[in-house]
Design a protein around this ligand. Structure first.
Ligand code: GDP
Length: 446
């Protein structure tokens, strides 16, 4: 999902990587491209404008955190702005009311409304142990009520028995009283859809709303329809008042425009997203995660965040350079340990970098938690400069002296020396990895 927009944005922002400073001209050029990419992804014009302005304002003249590149900095700014327009806070379904809690489902025909009704019911019943009743109020589309009954059988969620000839209002009333009588926690009301939005459809949904007084009125909208989905949400909200949006067919959405525009245009949160035809193809909508996916910048964002807190750019650069040359002594190791400690340990750092699972595995067994880091730094501090630069000279008597000086044991020194050899080895391998080097140290990499 979101592949197209992701590729475009990655390409644009990658070009910024490695520049010396974040100039207005650089930002302008990049933002022109970002703007085009967003419009091509069918993001609403107003949303694009607001977005670009926000990013520009923050990026131009922004102080680039020392240890990251301007490109990485802009990625972070773009990401944060994206999270904001997607809706910064994640929003769960509001079920806080005395049961039975009604949830009204509205939307166009074919948007995935009935499927989504069953998906939500299934999830509430399985994950939250709520007793759910589903009722189809769609008296127009032939077999719509039967479709929901079949989904009920598939998901193990009860459906309201079908009584032919009842009006949607009558069904809604019956569903509510049946739910009360049967001790249900939640009632899902699946209203009729239409091919196009029209007054009659909206009036019917509004009448049902007045009967059921739903806690949530969820608009189901097809992400593939891009801006149409957004306009639809606007009219539904004006006429019925929606509390949230479920964006379906995210699995097929190569553009991401609807997701990005929805919140900005309607002010209503996307609460859930449909990610497939199967009945468990439903996910919470997490703005952070979605922005990450749309941007496709892996974990550059969290890396920048952490770097902003701690890395010392000059030192990092120096180490990176030495590593490339294959020179990595105990002084470098001490610097490295220092930074690792700031970054939450080696595994914390490794976890941020895509594709690092393998190296992380190699480090298993090498204990790198913080207390160990501190002792290791003490050991290195107790060594002479000559020893630090030539770890090979560490014989038994030198080790004894350093152990006494640092309050550690000879075994710990042996372990440290062994780890140094392993790390120097690993660093050499990593030195050949251009992308990784630049990501880790914010320099030009290779
Ligand atoms: P309704 O007319 O709005 O009730 O739509 P339906 O629930 O009948 O769904 C129409 C079609 O869309 C069905 O074939 C569903 O399986 C499919 N569908 C629903 N949600 C999703 C989704 O999130 N992803 C995909 N790929 N298909 C979906």
């Amino acid at each position: 999902m979101f592949d197209t927009l992701q590729e475009r944005l990655s390409g644009i922002l990658d070009k910024l990587t490695g520049r010396g400073a974040l100039s207005e001209a650089d930002v302008d050029t990049a933002m022109r491209e970002v703007r085009r990419a967003l419009l091509e992804a069918d993001v609403a014009l107003d949303v694009v404008r607001g977005f670009i302005d926000k990013v520009k304002e923050r990026a131009v003249g922004a102080e680039v955190v020392k240890s990251v590149t301007p490109g990485q900095m802009v990625v972070k700014i773009v990401h944060d702005a994206m999270v904001e327009i997607l809706g910064s806070e994640g929003s769960a379904l509001n079920l806080r009311a005395s049961p039975p809690v009604p949830i009204l489902m509205v939307g166009l025909q074919g948007s995935g409304k009935t499927t989504t009704t069953a998906k939500i019911a299934k999830r509430l019943q399985e994950r939250e142990k709520r007793k759910v009743l589903m009722a189809s109020l769609d008296t127009r589309r032939p077999a719509a009520q039967e479709q929901l009954a079949i989904l009920g059988t598939q998901t193990g969620v009860e459906t309201l028995p079908i009584i032919k000839g009842q009006t949607p209002i009558e069904i809604a009333k019956r569903a509510m009283s049946e739910a009360r009588r049967g001790g249900f926690d939640v009632v899902m009301l699946d209203t009729a859809g239409r091919l196009h939005i029209d007054e009659e459809l909206l009036a019917e949904a509004a009448a049902v709303r007045d009967i059921a007084k739903p806690n949530e009125t969820l608009l189901v909208a097809d992400a593939l329809t891009g801006q149409d989905a957004v306009n639809l949400a606007k009219s539904f909200d004006e006429k019925i008042g929606i509390t949230g949006i479920v964006l379906t067919r995210i699995d097929g959405d190569g553009r991401g425009g609807a997701a990005l525009s929805m919140r900005g245009v309607t002010g209503k949160p996307i609460k859930l997203m449909g990610t497939g035809e199967k009945l468990d193809g439903l996910e919470d909508f997490h703005p952070q995660r979605i922005a990450g996916r749309i941007l496709g910048m892996g974990d550059v964002v969290s890396l920048v965040e952490k770097a902003a807190q701690s890395i010392d750019a000059e030192k990092a650069k120096r180490i990176a350079e030495r590593m490339k040359k294959g020179a990595f002594d105990l002084e470098d190791l001490a610097d490295q340990l220092n930074q690792l400690q700031k970054l939450g340990g080696m595994s914390g750092m490794m976890g941020l970098l895509p594709g690092m699972g393998k190296i992380k595995k190699q480090l298993d067994g090498v204990d790198l938690d913080n207390s160990v880091l501190k002792r290791q730094m003490a050991i290195i501090k107790s060594m002479t400069v000559f020893e630090k630069r030539n770890p090979k000279v560490m014989n038994a008597s030198r080790k004894k002296r350093v152990a006494a000086g640092s309050g550690t044991k000879v075994e710990e020194i042996n372990r440290l020396l062994k780890m140094h050899i392993q790390m120097a080895d690993m660093m050499k391998k990593m030195g050949g990895n251009r992308g990784l080097m630049s990501r880790m140290f914010g320099g030009k990499g290779g």
